[in-house]
Design a protein around this ligand. Sequence first.
Ligand code: GLU
Length: 482
Amino acid sequence: MTKPVRVRFAPSPTGHLHLGNARTALFNWLFARHEEGTFILRVEDTDTARSTDESERMILDDLKWLGLDWDEGPGVGGEFGPYRQSERAGIYQEHAERLLAEGSAFTCYCSDERLEENRKRARDEGTVPQYDGTCRDMPDSERRARELDGVKPTIRLRAPDADIVVEDMIRGRVEFGKEMLGDFIILRSDGRPTYNFAVVVDDALMGITHVIRAEDHLPNTMRQQLLYSRLGYESPLFAHVSLIVAQDRSKLSKRRGATSLQELRREGFLPGAVTNYLALLGWSHPEAKEILSREELVAAFDLKRVSASAAAFDDNKLEWVNGHHLRESPLSVVVAAAKPFVASAGLDPDDARFPAMVDLVREGLDRLSNLPGEIAPFYDREFDLEPEANEWITLHESRQLFAGLADSFAAVQGKLDAAEFKSVLKSQGNALSLKGKALFMPARVALTGRTHGPALGNVAELLGRERVISRCRAAAGDAGKQ
Ligand code: GLU
């Protein structure tokens, strides 16, 4: 029997959740759910200078928004906690002491200045900066003397004189020459672990079976692999996912568009669309389906279908995916997601007609941030005419049309529906010999101020009889002023 899958997402709380990290979290979550395994969230906050509670809160909030629920981690607990590295200092200390006692590691008393000089020299000589081994074989008596002098040492792992091979599920066999390794620090002089050390201790103790993360961690994996063997822990399987790049294959950057999940949220992408699109950045469905619900993603996700080549972020495709989700998700989901956008634009999302408005305009929508503009004509507020709209409304025949429409609608009581609107418009058109664009355009402009929009009968129905009458009368008056 194979071991039940346990995977983790391990963000460093030093900023927002970037798209690359969101994709890493998603792949881990999809893999865990597909395999009916466990998805763990671990906060890697050992970089005390850069980690903030605020950033942790934002990252957790983004993950919740994406719907990536964790089975163990902050706020949930679990039997392998604590799940914040800052709360695990004693565990790292014990492991480092064990390596020291076993001779796998040594204490290093070199000053930062000396190490910096070494690095500079290596750079000047064009070689890979590597620890020069000063404290590697220092006699114990000398170590004691340094400590009596009050020097707080770092702890370094003794690197082997051998190349290292990493077997990666996505990239195959990756070899690292021994010259890339060097005696690296595992515990800083203030007792804090380095990333590579903490991650191995945690992944081992938390029983992680698969490490799925971005390709830029491959050189770290070389060091981590060594640490597993020195600590006597079984190494997990590694799957390094290619990076996300911009359309021109350069690094994703602010200048080229969204780089964080926060930005996508603000621009009005649905969480289901974002998970759908992020999944396609590096993974593909066996039947090349591109619009996929969360359940379909979970059912189809497979690390074997994750590509080794870089995935290009494409805003247009993200919009296209979002458009599908806006049209195909249950209306209640879209309405709930749309409310904050509408409220911040000063429109009332509690208007009883709001769900119907969303339903009417979602056909042509690709971002919720465009929604307030689309539904503004349904609200009782002054609207400016588009320049093109103005041309239609000032035509001479339009005045008669608007007046005729207003009178006809006023002659009937009760709810105005799309069918009544269409038949009245048609008969007014016949009477004035107006048809096609010459009939519909002025009517649309009178009702909405726009030359484009959803089916006019539906627009009229949603506006209701009173608004339709008053807008036709207002337009008749305006047109009459010409
Ligand atoms: N804290 C690391 C990061 O955010 C985690 C890398 C890993 O998954 O091991 O890059």
